[in-house]
Design a protein around this ligand. Structure first.
Ligand code: GLU
Length: 499
């Protein structure tokens, strides 16, 4: 393809950006970067009833957080500005007029009541009403009224919409890059409204006009827009733009974790996982959790989303953004829906967390601790947690002496040998000069050897005495971090309490 690759992410600011939208943005971005093209951000805010305060900023902040950078569009500017559809009304009016003048669209004056009555008549006869090539001849529009009547009505300020004059018998065919050929007959499409009575365009008109004017080469969007695509093709045809029409790629749906049906906000609530990139507080004050605040690293979320509907065709699962750009292709996007498996997202998070250096995590999540100690704490927990803030929680827990002891462990492990061994170990601790894991361990081994007690007999009892529970990270290192005095205190308490 000689034409420059130009793709766009075109969300409507109707609330928090859904994670499916983030995936759409990501795939657009990956293709643009892969093919040396441009990524646009266009805000489709022509539906004033659905506009939500703060949603546009939320979209921008989400993309920024994830490193999906915009080359052109809202917040950046560019040669086709403005990129907010609410600021482009005059452009849509001009193009709607162009269709009217060419006889490809018409004014319709039917009131809601009239259309409702029509619908009822049809229903009573057992069929569904559509405003189309057949019915338009019996309705109140510029095809049935005289030119004078039409002018008089417009001059009088009668409300009207502009509808596309969908041809009665035309074959619509286009090749979707993911779904292959799509065939639809124009008789199945109704005369869609292009301009509403408030003078604003509908999604269809604004979307097609903008994709044309902004020289979009590929329309990559969710499968829910596939039913609109034939109409869009008709619009390109009506404008005479079919030759430069963008290529379409409709992405597979995101499915519930069990795989049956579309992923919903409700699934997320039930499963306790986010479906929004960032925390979102609706204008009504309702809060929804976000991936960022839950502790997902952006690299992990990107990697996870990339694999929701695409695969590289190899075994490799860990991909940085640059590697994704390198490996990405529309050909490897699946048709079938992608199960939203939150456990996979967690797995990715663990992988990326482990890739970060102890120093970096210590600085970010344990800023309150002295660096040496913080690095050791990170080392202790890095392999055991899913989210970085768990390191902070674990660190806090580490410095909190147990207030109770796991009863099952006590019942099975706290016996005379254990008590004897632990008491001897406790008494040996003050003499340890350099209180580090290795030396602590040597002291324990030495004391137990003297008593002829096996290490395996004592370890879990010692752990429960120090931490209150029967399992956890490296105990010697844990004790090193707690410090000598703290360990002695805890052992003294345990020996007193656990008789
Ligand atoms: N405004 C539409 C949305 O909210 C855009 C669909 C498209 O990409 O054409 O998803």
């Amino acid at each position: 393809m000689s034409q420059q690759v130009r793709v766009r992410f075109a969300p409507s600011p109707t609330g928090a950006l859904h994670i499916g939208g983030v995936r759409t943005a990501l795939y657009n971005y990956l293709l643009a970067k892969k093919l040396g093209g441009k990524m646009l951000l266009r805000i489709e805010d022509t539906d004033q009833n659905r506009f939500v305060q703060g949603a546009e900023e939320y979209i921008q902040e989400s993309l920024q957080w994830l490193g999906i950078t915009i080359d052109e569009g809202v917040g950046v500017g560019g040669p086709h500005a403005p990129y907010r559809q609410s600021e482009r009304s005059a452009i849509y009016q001009q193009y709607a007029q162009q269709l009217i003048d060419a006889g490809k669209a018409y004014y319709a004056f039917d009131t809601t009541d009239e259309l409702d009555a029509m619908r009822q008549t049809f229903e009573s006869q057992g069929s569904a009403f559509q405003y189309n090539a057949v019915t338009r001849t019996r309705l109140k529009n510029s095809l049935t009224l005289s030119a004078e009547d039409v002018q008089a009505k417009i001059a009088a300020g009668d409300p009207y919409v502009i509808r596309l004059k969908v041809p009665a018998k035309e074959e619509i065919r286009f090749k979707d890059l993911i779904r292959d050929w799509v065939h639809v007959h124009s008789s199945t499409i109704d005369d869609k409204v292009l301009m509403k009575s408030d003078g604003l365009p509908t999604y269809h008109l604004a979307n097609v006009v903008d994709d044309h004017l902004m020289e979009i080469s590929h329309v990559i969007r969710g499968e829910e827009w596939l039913p609109s695509a034939p109409l869009h093709v008709l619009l390109y045809r009506a404008f005479g733009w079919e030759n430069t029409m963008p290529q379409f790629a409709h992405l597979p749906l995101l499915l519930k974790p069990e795989g049956n049906g579309k992923l919903s906000k409700r699934d997320a609530e039930l499963g306790g996982f986010p479906v929004f990139p960032l925390e979102w507080i609706s204008p009504e004050g309702v809060k929804a959790i976000g991936f960022r605040e839950e502790g997902y690293l952006k690299e992990a979320l990107i990697n996870f989303l990339a694999f929701l509907g695409w695969n590289p065709g190899t075994e490799q699962e860990i991909f940085s953004m640059d590697e994704l750009i390198e490996a990405f292709s529309l050909e490897r996007i699946n048709k079938a829906g992608a199960k939203f498996d939150i456990n996979k997202a967690k797995w990715y998070n663990e992988q990326y967390l482990r890739q970060r250096s102890d120093e970096n995590l210590a600085q970010t999540y344990l800023a309150d601790f002295d660096t040496d100690k913080a690095v050791k704490i990170v080392h202790l927990f890095k392999e055991r947690v899913t989210f970085p803030q768990q390191i902070t929680q674990e660190a806090k827990a580490l410095f909190t002496a147990p207030t109770s002891y796991d009863e099952a462990v006590v019942a099975s492990k706290w016996n005379d040998d254990a008590k004897k061994g632990i008491a001897a170990f406790k008494d040996a601790l003050p003499a340890i000069e350099n209180f580090v894991a290795n030396d602590i361990k040597h002291a324990l081994v030495a004391e137990l050897e003297k008593l002829g007690i096996k290490m395996g007999k004592v370890m879990q009892a010692l752990r429960v005495a120090v931490t209150g529970v029967g399992a956890g990270p490296d105990l010697m290192l844990s004790m090193e971090i707690m410090g000598k005095d703290e360990v002695i205190t805890r052992l003294t308490t345990a020996l007193e309490k656990l008789q």
